[in-house]
Structure formats: C-alpha cells, structure tokens
Design a protein around this ligand. Structure first.
Ligand code: CMC
Length: 433
C-alpha cells in the first residue's frame, strides 16, 4: 500500500501521498490539496517546497554531498573535464568516444558568432555589465537559430546545446575585449574549451597568451564545480520560464539574469569586494563579523551560508585547495587570500555561525582564483554562468521532454484591501499628496 500523510484541518482529514526519492528523501504531494480542502500551503522563498522530481543532481546539505547523475563531485573533479560533465548532465550518462568526438566537433563548428550578432556589441556602452550583455546576447541567439531554439529531437538538442556552450564562451571573451577596446580574438580548434576561453580573452594579435597547464585545469575544474546544483534560483527560473513554453535560449537568458544577483552568482564578486574593503583598511575582519551578526543591518558575510548546505560546501573545499595550488604555480601573492583564511577561521569558531551552520560556499574562494588569473571582478558571475550552462540545459530538457510541460504558477494568500469602490479623482483625499 502506498504511504500517505494525514492533514487534519477544520475537523476533516486529508490523505496526502508520500513521495520517496532515490536517496530516501521524503516529500508530501500536496498538488490536490486545494481542490480537496480549499487550503494552499504557504512557503515564501520556497524553503521547504519541492518544485519537481528530478534525476539530474543530488545534494545532501547536512552531509555536504553533491553528485551529478549519481557521480560524486570529488570524483568528477579529479577524473573528468567540463565538456564530459556537460554531456553527463544533459544526457544522463558519461559519453562514449563517438559521442564525445561528435559533441567536440559541434562545439568547434559553433564557436563563431554570426557577423550581424557581433554587431550587437556596438549597441552596448563600453562599460556595460557583462552579465547584462550575456543575458541579452543569449536571448538574441533565438533570432539567429529559431528552429534550434525550440529543439525537439535528440540531434536538435545536441546542436542547440553546442551552440549555447560554444557561443557563451565567445560572447564572454568578446564582451571583455569590448570593455578594453581590444580587437576580438578568434578560437583555435586545437585548444580545449577552457584554454580557448583564456586565449580569446587574454591573447592579443601581436602577443598570444601562454596558458599555464595548471591554470587551464583550474578553469576547467571551476566550470565542473559550477555545472549544476539542482533547483537553485537560476535553474528554477530556467524551468519556470520553460514551463510557459518559452524557447531554450530565452529560458537560459532569464536564468542568467537570476544568477546575476548578489545572493546567488553575483556573490563571488561581492565576496571579493568585501575582502578588498577589509584590505583597504576601512574596516577590519572583526568589525565585518560584528556587522554580519547585527540583526539591525541587512549586511551578510558574502560567500558564506547556503540554502541547502548546513555543512562545508563540498565545492568550496575543492576551491580552497585549488586557490592555494594556482597561487603557488603562478607564484602569485594576494593579501586577500590571507584575509579570507582569517575571516573563515574567525567565523567558524563564532557561536553565531556555528549555531546557524554557516560555512564558506562556492563563491568564497572562486573569486581569488579568478583574480590570480586576471579575470576582472564584474566577469566573475559570467564564469559562473558558463559553468552553470550545462545544468540549465539539462533542466530545460528534463522539464520539457515527454510532453510533461506543466505551467509553473504559484498561488498566494492575498492580504491587501478587501473589496472597495472606485473613487473619482475629484473626490480623492488630498491627505496623501
Ligand atoms: N552572513 C550572516 N548571517 C547569515 C548569512 C551570512 N552570509 N547567511 C545566513 N545568515 C543568517 C541569517 O541572517 C539567518 O539568521 P537568523 O536565523 O538569526 O534570522 C540565518 O543565518 C538563516 O539564514 P537564511 O536567510 O534563512 O538562510 P537562506 O537559506 O535563506 O540563505 C543565502 C541562504 C545564501 C541567501 C544566505 O546564506 C546569504 O545571504 N549568504 C550570502 C550571499 C552568498 O554567499 N550567496 C551565495 C550562495 S552559494 C552559491 C549560489 O547559490 O549562487
């Protein structure tokens, strides 16, 4: 017999189906509750609401576990690469040699931007935020690939994924070049994904950028660590936009906008700005911790805390180690690393952070690595977006396939005025104006 939960309200009992996941996570299906009882559930910020069943990524926030399609993140970080992880997330299994070669070729063949699309850059002020440009340019891809924007068959999805994953790198590099007034640099087919990203950003026509193998590997690893994180804000946005029937490129453009915010993907930029503030001497580590604990202030320790992880974020653990490695191979010294380590030590021994289970998250150390490589602060969230793209594509595919599309449309509890009559302008009270 199927397990149920019982809800008793207004002296009536309602049997609600219990849903159990692969890893024994427990949910109560309330989808019919309103029709049967007149009640909805209220959960601002969706802190306790499952929006879907998904087979892409598993997290256990209490234990600090992250797995893509069942494979632990540490294992992928050690053995895989970003393009293989993209295949894994989108298709559900690691690619065969044939699949891998086909996808790599598609990426190479789609690296360029249509010449007219390239002209869109001229419409942006030179100091535009690269996330704004990225979101707009990805949406504009719908105009250049109208059929593939709404892919149906596997081969169309593969091509659409290749267009997005390849062109997002070109758009990123071109927006960086535009901000510096430098000529665009084109990708090289013999380079790996991460190597091409660095080459297109940092090479000059008269001076090719020498990519250190450890830096190439670090960028690839960062992209792997960001590739998916189940129903986070931007991924939920992609799924929600997709639920209206919007195309893949438009849905992902909305996801990029959601990622931009400082509580989500913009936290890597905000975390570095916080470390810079401390370094500038305007405020010290202890004062920052005090401000973060002050309930009268809206200030938070950036790069700390997570909706899901109530333990050390497994990605932050890898990034902390990676940052030391990158610093050592580049012989790079950054006082901000010492400040970050001090901040972490103080926070992790402070009862406020211990009681609330607040640990460094993925955004705490990633910015230090970007800085060491020479990536400007406003491009940190862009690197996050490049990494998250395979996850967004996988979720768009999962949400839309098999005609399971169901419009996402939350309800509300209305707390505004009760019914009132329209007052003509001549009779309105002047007290408010
Ligand atoms: N600094 C100080 N206090 C914090 C912090 C922080 N970074 N994060 C949470 N808290 C406190 C919060 O004030 C609350 O305290 P109280 O119980 O006394 O009211 C308690 O911890 C629980 O916080 P919450 O707001 O209910 O937790 P949440 O799950 O809604 O927030 C978060 C998650 C990531 C938005 C939050 O931790 C935060 O704002 N962190 C800083 C921004 C950040 O680093 N974001 C990146 C998240 S990871 C990558 C990504 O998803 O993009």
């Amino acid at each position: 017999m199927k397990k149920t939960a019982t809800l008793k309200v207004d002296n009536r009992e309602y049997k609600l189906p219990v849903v159990i996941g692969t890893e024994k996570e427990k949910g109560i299906d309330i989808s019919k509750l309103r029709a049967e009882s007149g009640y909805i559930t209220l959960d601002p910020g969706y802190t306790n609401t499952g929006s879907c069943e998904s087979s892409i990524t598993y997290t256990d926030g209490e234990k600090g576990i992250l797995r893509y399609r069942g494979i632990p993140i540490d294992e992928l970080a050690q053995k895989s690469d970003f393009i293989e992880v993209a295949d894994l997330l989108i298709w559900g299994s690691l690619p065969t040699k044939v699949m891998r070669k086909r996808f790599t070729d598609l990426l190479t063949n789609n690296a360029l931007l249509h010449e007219s699309l390239k002209h869109h850059f001229e419409g942006f002020p030179f100091d535009s935020h690269p996330m704004a440009m990225l979101s707009a340019m990805v949406n504009a891809l719908s105009c250049y690939h109208p059929v593939l924007a709404m892919p149906h068959s596997s081969s169309e999805i593969e091509k659409a994924a290749a267009i997005l994953i390849s062109k997002i790198r070109t758009i990123t590099a071109f927006s960086y070049k535009m901000s510096r007034g430098e000529p665009f640099i084109y990708p090289k087919s013999e380079f790996s994904y991460a190597e091409n990203l660095l080459h297109m950003m940092f090479s000059l026509p008269h001076e090719p950028y020498e990519v250190h193998p450890e830096v190439k590997r670090a960028v690839d690893l960062i992209l792997i660590l960001h590739a998916d994180h189940e129903q986070n804000c931007s991924t939920s946005t992609v799924r929600m936009v997709a639920s209206s029937g919007a195309n893949l490129f438009a849905s992902i453009s909305a996801g990029i906008a959601a990622l931009w915010g400082h509580l989500h993907g913009g936290a890597n930029q905000a975390a570095i700005e916080m470390l810079e503030d401390i370094h500038s001497g305007s405020i010290d580590v202890k004062q920052y911790i005090k401000m973060a604990k002050d309930k009268k202030s809206s200030f938070r320790l950036m790069g700390f805390g997570h909706r899901v992880y109530k333990n050390y974020d497994p990605r932050a653990k890898i990034l902390k180690k990676l940052s030391k490695n990158v610093f050592s191979v580049l012989k790079h010294k950054d006082p901000l690393l010492d400040i970050a380590l001090e901040l972490e030590d103080i926070a992790l021994s402070d009862p406020y952070f211990i009681e609330r289970k607040l640990y460094p998250n993925v955004d705490f150390y990633s910015g230090l690595i970007y800085r060491a490589i020479g990536v400007p602060k406003n491009m940190f969230p862009v690197f996050f977006a490049i990494g998250r793209l395979p996850g967004w594509i996988a979720h768009w595919k999962e949400a839309t396939e098999n005609n399971r599309l169901q419009l996402a449309r939350p309800r509300q509890i209305y707390v505004g005025h009760a019914k009132q009559n329209y007052v003509p302008i001549s009779k309105r009270s002047t007290k408010k104006s």
